[in-house]
Design a protein around this ligand. Sequence first.
Ligand code: AMP
Ligand code: MG
Length: 483
Amino acid sequence: MPIAFDNTYARELKGAYVSVAPQGWAEPDLVLLNTAWAAHLGLDAEYLQSPEGVAMLSGHSAPATAQPIAQAYAGHQFGSFNPQLGDGRAYLLGEVVAPDGTRHDIHLKGSGRTPFSRGGDGRAVLGPVLREYLVSEAMAALGIPTTRALAACTTGDRVLRQHGLEPGAVLARSASSHLRVGTLQFFAARGQTDMVARVADYAIARHDPDLSGTEGRYLAFLSRVGARQAQLVAQWMGVGFVHGVMNTDNCTLSGETIDYGPCAFMDNYDPATVFSSIDHGGRYAYANQPGILLWNMSRLAEALLPLIDPDQDRAIALATEAVERMQDDNRAAWLSVFARKLGFEGTCPEGLVDDLHKMLEGQGVDFTRFFRLLPDAITGTPEPLKALFGTGEGLEDWLGLLTRALDKPDLAAERMRAVNPVYIPRNHLVERALEAASDHGDLNPFLSLLEHVQQPFTLREGSEVYADPAPKDAGPIVTFCGT
Ligand code: AMP
Ligand code: MG
């Protein structure tokens, strides 16, 4: 059964996109279909695997119900404003309403050039497409809001990248919307306040329908986005995730993680962890992420200012107050994530979380393993945890404080195991799996890794290699943008 797309964005936001035509590929082929997610969306997996379905998922052609559009957006990239970015290698096919009533964009990345391509080729290649597939699936399984992978396709041709020619590929993904801070910035920068209002009202209808039509909705919307993003970034922090390119065009209004380019999970705890080849100043380092979020929310506030109050001084005062409150939201969300990781049901003493981070610093401790060994440490087997540490200065004292603060260690240990993953997409495994798929056409390492990260909390016999940190000789991991 073909997909019954609805196209509210195309209908309601004329001027916020350009229509595009699929360009056609040499030999479109389906590499991977996320059948579980397709079922959740109410999409017919048999259709998606048919020649017509694969043509749609790969961007070879589009069915009559779709209305392919490249969305316009601007964005601050590493702090500098670019008034015109937009979908330079992607298009939105349309929206679907899932059986549970939720609305999702179906979007293709790597689908070819658009009027927003600037100097780019409009393409994506298999390795990075599979990386986004894998990491977004891992995030979803970890309970972290994210866009979802629907399918990965190859196009049958090769595309030139840093290390030579690679298989051309397209990722089909869903998102609760692709609205970004940068979507509002696009019109704010052009002084088109009427369009800022239309996009904001559209975003409110999709993400905060209870605010639709209310007085003061734009200020309330700013706070809602801030609260969602605070939760999101706190959850990233809890699993050691470094997004890598937290530009305002990669910051959603929905509060979902989007655009898995130079992202990676930290192995050893180090607040300064950066993977991206271009992030020389460490702007988007692990520990900077909550601060960058606030910066991004200030940019959102600026874009909304003319709508917040006709008196701009008053608008600035209101927006400033809202953003200042977000600072507290950020810390509260972060404390609550770490309280759960430490086995608490509700809140925990703040000092315990701050001391934890101080104690981990400079010790070369694998972040993920630390939290998996913690339940053993508080129930009588502290040795494996201690073995992770260099000097382990302060560890004994901190464990003492934790144990005294927790009511029933056995129950707390169970809670820890339920929220602290065994399997994350470890960088060395991701690199190996992508290389096998891209260079040798062997998808098996990828599929095994995917299976593990899709059930991150379930310890499996014989799966140690998926839980172990990188071997010492693995070398540093460097990731790249726009791949
Ligand atoms: P990203 O860093 O992937 O979030 O992309 C930032 C901007 O660059 C967006 O406007 C993308 O559409 C655009 N872009 C990235 N890669 C390409 C490419 N290969 N061809 C055209 N545009 C691209
Ligand atoms: Mg992007």
